[in-house]
Each structure stands twice: as structure tokens, then as C-alpha cells.
Design a protein around this ligand. Sequence first.
Ligand SMILES: *Cc1c(COP(=O)(O)O)cnc(C)c1O
Length: 229
Amino acid sequence: MDTPLPSGIAERLCAVRDRINAAALAAGRDPAAVALVAVSKFHPLHSVEEALAADQSVFGENRVQEAAAKFPPLRATHPNLRLHLIGGLQTNKAREAVRIADMIESLDRPALVDAIARAADAEGRLPDLLVEVNTGDEPQKFGVPKEQADAFIRLCQQRFGPSLRGLMCIPPAGQNPVPHFQLLRNMAQTHGLPVLSMGMSADFEQAIAQGATLVRVGSAIFGPRPALA
Ligand SMILES: *Cc1c(COP(=O)(O)O)cnc(C)c1O
């Protein structure tokens, strides 16, 4: 077997898990209520396999095609594997997304809701879903604009019922993320949604203090991302 040199992924995973536990305890929360999504985008299959060997079971990918190449073959040997799609989603990728994902974290517009509903009918399966909120109202970002979020969340709840699990956000770079995390938490509370996906390598401890139930951590586990192919 071709064994790559040790990359430190297992050690970094351990360190991130320790920090998650410490942040949860410091916030008076149960560490088991915070799940780690290991973001493996642009990293090769052997990095994912190393993380799996270190008992990581939940992974995040941005691009449907990359996820489809890496993850479905691993399911036979790793029945606990869970794949989250966390990137902006084109409607023409909805069918494949519904086929391969356990959770789609990036619902952000009615056309995508329609495409996912049609794909779910065709595939006979519906992943768990999150609405992505553009809490910074940044024009270049995915996510439903803040002022449209309440109506859009209600639409998703009507369409998908309890499969609409919660909300996700990516705060603007270079800003204090805490007000964005608070806004997302308050919105989730208003709509009775249990899942809050917020916090990345740079700010997951702050997100946990504000109630994150999913943190999406990439570079702190896998190292710097290889250049875009
Ligand atoms: C890449 C990415 C992450 C992980 O970012 P890191 O800073 O490497 O932890 C989290 N969420 C989304 C939506 C991403 O695209």
C-alpha cells in the first residue's frame, strides 16, 4: 500500500477537538452539542482518509463535482460518513447535490428551493437543509440578504418541513464576527430552528460562545489549501 508521509492531520484534528470542548465548557454548554465539520475542499482523497482514520465522520465540501468524486466511494467502508455541501449551489447541480449530500447548508433563493424540491422528488431522498444568511449583506457573497431572510426561511419551512434544520452564515472578512453570530442565533430562535452552522478556523471558539451547533473548520485541520485547480 502506498502510505503518504505523516501530514499531522490526526494531531491537528485532536487539537481542534480539544479547543471545541474547551470553548463549549467555557460557555457552559455541552461539548457534545457542537459538531465538527471538517472542510476538505481542494484537499486530496488521502487527506480525507487520514481524517476518517482519526475518527472524523462529518466533512464539508464547496463544490458538488469535487464532492461527488471524493465521497460516494468512501461510503461503503465508512457507513457513518456525513457529507455537507457548504458552497453556493447552482440550480443545475441540485440533483447531484441531493443525491450525494447528507446536508446542504447553502439554500439562499427561491429558484434553488424549487430545484432541490424537484430533485428530492426525482431522487426519493431529501438531505437536511440550512438557509445561508448573508449577514453582512455583501454583494459578492452567497446567502439570502438579511431583510429577505425571515420570509425566505418561512418559505423553506413550508416547503421542506422539519428537513429545514437551521441557518448558516459566513461573516465578512476582517470584521468582528460576534454580531453576525448573534444575529444568526436570534433568527434561528425566532423560527424555532435547532441548527446553527457558524465559525471557521479563525473564529470557531467565538461562534461556540454564541451558540454554534456546527463549526466548519478547514485549514486548522488540513493545513493551507492547495491552489485552485
Ligand atoms: C472554506 C470554508 C470553510 C473553512 O474555512 P477555514 O478558514 O479553512 O476553516 C468554512 N465554511 C465555508 C463555507 C467555506 O467555504
